[in-house]
Design a protein around this ligand. Structure first.
Ligand code: ADE
Length: 415
């Protein structure tokens, strides 16, 4: 079996971390119990391109336990946990991933596609994209794919709108048990975690500027506020901006906020939210980070060109000196700070996201001749996952009585 990881001798620590994740992923453990015996994925080949973390390892090994043949690569040059990658390699998974893989990122995807997948599992749609652009010969054998993230779904929906999507995709990203928890709580906490690991900054009293107020950015804004920061939100969507204002955040344009922020965090899914014009406006010592999927939200190339000096201060923290002598600090190269400088979303929240991935793979495995379009997660799947999670937390929830069910479906009972 072929694999390429940084250091196979890290496997023992990786296995301990995977066990730690399993202990905090009760929904995944329950699904394993339900499906591992009957091997519903037997005979299916699955290619994955998704951050190689201890939580992803739980998904990968669940797919394998259920009978699938799996090959995996990372979906970001900085997000691979090398010990986990080593543990997966040791467990016999063809895995091509290491932290700091800028040069061979697409080579790794090519290796994974050699499996000739029936199902693809993506976070950011790089497999879908590579297959459509360079490996169309694989498409006839592909049943479908699952996409984890909103940014990936933007790409896929754009392909579908142009009639260019050639196989069906389930939007895991739009599951309620995904975006209301992982995007908001997971990114919120892990973004704070990444920024603190890279800076050890005291957030209390700092002027923190958040680019965006979607599910991800609003989670970051709320966690920052909870840590005592004065938070300003910059939005292009007036409804989201209004929501931020009503939730007690200062709302401003980036042109204005760039003059007073101590710390800037982007999470919009769009490019050039922070440009060199904004960087020139910034105070000496300003810190800039991104928690959106791609490294396009901050104009890093522009900053590189503008700066006259650059030096690494500590892990994931690079100081740029501008021509006027001001120093600006960029975290994790402007890539996902929550998973590059920290460990990504905690296991407990990935439990629900990956339960959605797993159940979506099962749905594809059972499907025949689906149209090449975007499919949503069912209400039943969301309810199943939420119910299992609540049970694992020892919490009960109510059920509608027959009388209540009837009332909710009728119009005759009035005042
Ligand atoms: N995306 C964000 N956090 C993650 C994690 N812990 N594992 C996999 N993908 C993630």
């Amino acid at each position: 079996m072929e694999f390429k990881v940084k250091d196979i001798s890290l496997a023992k620590q990786g296995r301990l971390n995977i066990e730690w994740a399993e202990n905090h992923m009760p929904v995944m453990m329950e699904l394993r119990k339900r499906y591992a015996k009957s091997k519903p994925l037997k005979g299916l080949k699955i290619a994955g391109c998704l951050h190689v973390t201890k939580e992803t390892a739980v998904l990968v090994e669940t797919l394998k336990m259920c009978g699938a043949q799996v090959a995996w690569s990372g979906c970001n040059p900085l997000s691979t946990q090398d010990d986990v990658a080593a543990a997966l390699a040791k467990a016999g998974i063809p895995i091509f991933a290491w932290r700091g893989n800028h040069k061979e990122y697409y080579w790794c995807i090519e290796q994974v596609l050699k499996i000739k997948p029936h199902i693809t599992v993506d976070d950011g749609a790089d497999l879908v994209f590579t297959i459509h652009k360079k490996h169309r010969e694989l498409i006839p054998d592909i049943i479908g794919g699952c996409e984890e993230t909103a940014t990936g779904m933007v790409r896929i929906r754009a392909m579908a709108a142009e009639g260019k999507l050639s196989y069906p995709i389930i939007s895991v990203s739009d599951a309620q048990t995904k975006f209301e928890f992982d995007s908001t709580w997971g990114t919120g906490q892990s973004t704070v975690d990444g920024i603190l690991r890279a800076t050890n900054l005291l957030l209390a009293g700092k002027k923190v500027v958040i680019g965006g107020f979607g599910h991800v950015a609003s989670g970051i804004a709320k966690r920052m506020k909870g840590m005592g920061a004065h938070v300003t939100v910059c939005e292009v969507d007036p409804v989201k901006a209004l929501k931020a204002a009503m939730e007690g955040f200062n709302v401003s344009s980036m042109d204005e906020a760039s003059k007073f922020g101590d710390l800037f965090v982007t999470a919009t899914g769009c490019k050039h939210v922070i440009t060199t014009k904004h960087i020139r406006n910034m105070k000496n010592g300003a810190i800039v980070a991104n928690s959106g999927h791609f490294n396009v939200e901050i104009d890093v190339a522009g900053l590189e060109k503008l700066a006259k000096k650059k030096r690494t201060i500590r892990k994931d923290n690079v100081e740029y000196t501008l021509p006027n002598g001001k120093k600006i600090y960029l975290l994790a190269e402007g890539r996902l700070v929550n998973i590059s400088a920290a460990e990504g979303h905690p296991s407990s929240v990935m439990d629900m996201s990956f339960a959605n991935q797993f159940l979506s793979v099962l749905r594809l495995a059972k499907s025949k001749n689906l149209e090449p379009k975007v499919y949503e997660i069912s209400r039943e799947q969301d309810n199943l996952i939420a119910g299992l999670k609540l049970k694992s937390m020892g919490m009960k929830f109510d059920n509608l009585t027959k009388e209540q069910e009837k009332y909710l479906c009728s119009w005759e009972e009035g005042t």
